[in-house]
Design a protein around this ligand. Sequence first.
Ligand code: DX5
Ligand code: ZN
Length: 219
Amino acid sequence: MAKAIISPSVLASDLSNLTAECKRMIAEGADWLHMDVMDGHFVPNITMGAPILSCVKKGVPEIFMDCHMMVEDPIKWVPQVAEAGGKLYTFHFEAVADPLPVIKHIHAHGMLAGLAISPQTPSTAITQQAWDAADMILVMTVHPGKGGQKFMPECLEKVKELRERYGWEKDVEVDGGIGPGNICQCAKAGSNVIVAGTSVFTASNPSDVIGQLRKAVDD
Ligand code: DX5
Ligand code: ZN
């Protein structure tokens, strides 16, 4: 079984105080911080880009930035995000003609590569070659574009299919609408990297929520 990695999404944090919010979550037990980069093209919203990531990295040098790139031209931003201190660069299958050269480019810039599928994309989009080349697969459990949406349990079928087809060597991340109420379903399907924005950042005791998410995956 793959070990739990809990990655709170900073989109749900107090963005006017981003560095302090990242530090707070690390102190509460977060393994990674999930940085949602939106370009206004792949999705309608615009959030943050490399200049902000770079400030966060300077303010919180120990951070593992799990960069979720909801952008229409993922290859374009690889050098800037690497330079800003991004550790994992996850781009969308729907944005590219062939994910393999993008994965190579990410690795060449010293980052881990993640490949994301949106709710409308079947698990078969992840070929054996893509599974082998990527470091992580992200199965979205909401339509990408904004935080605080309703969890789509039907997406978990794809996590199950990926585990059945390819096994447990790689990390499988889930993202969108996740919290203590549905973490058992996510864990049972086979995901081990858990993104949670609203449920963690609005909790009166985030370490307790992070602990519950971790326990469901590791037990
Ligand atoms: C949605 C983003 C998610 C989202 C998660 O486009 O990719 O990371 O912010 O936030 P919650 O947990 O609030 O759905
Ligand atoms: Zn995300």
